[in-house]
Design a protein around this ligand. Sequence first.
Ligand SMILES: Cc1cc2nc3c(=O)[nH]c(=O)nc-3n(C[C@H](O)[C@H](O)[C@H](O)COP(=O)(O)O)c2cc1C
Length: 187
Amino acid sequence: MSRKILVCITGASGAVYGVHLIRQLKGLGHEVHLLVTKWGEVTLKHETGMSAEDLEKEAHQRYREDDLAAGPASGSFPLDAVAIVPCSMKTLAGIAHGYADNLVARAADCALKERRKLVIVPRETPLNLIHIRNMAAVTEAGAIVMPASPAFWHHPETIEDLVSSLVERIMVHLGVLEKPSIEWTGE
Ligand SMILES: Cc1cc2nc3c(=O)[nH]c(=O)nc-3n(C[C@H](O)[C@H](O)[C@H](O)COP(=O)(O)O)c2cc1C
């Protein structure tokens, strides 16, 4: 069944995770709604060479972060899930404190209040206590926090392998993939 998923790319390092997620979701026939923040555009360009306009072509619809009248600003807008990939500490803080001053924080706020899936992929290191407390707060509110820290036990050979292993885990938690292609068998 095709799902309607909002993917937000914010200004943390790791824009490639968001790009890969969008492509995987689209490949599976899901409706991808896209939001790239101002600083997300900067990191996207710096790290992948892509502009938000390039990425927009791969999405069903793109929103502006300052458009608080857009569909995802309302809980009545029928999104199935919201993914913030990657998520900056600033956006994490906004969500943790219900400070919905842009469309990313508002869409996340709506996902939490409507009890929909909200997957947050924070990227920062080291973490200060404020970051850790904000992750605890969003987890208590119902979000799934999946730090951008890929595993190495499956012997990835390329950056693509690293990225896709995390993206598959994100998709499992978004409810669009039954199981990842790489599984620990215990043998
Ligand atoms: C190249 C670059 C890399 C950055 N990496 C991170 C990061 O990994 N984590 C983070 O929390 N902020 C990072 N920042 C800072 C955020 O972009 C900044 O806090 C911004 O206000 C986030 O806004 P947004 O969440 O609305 O996109 C980075 C900024 C730049 C320019």
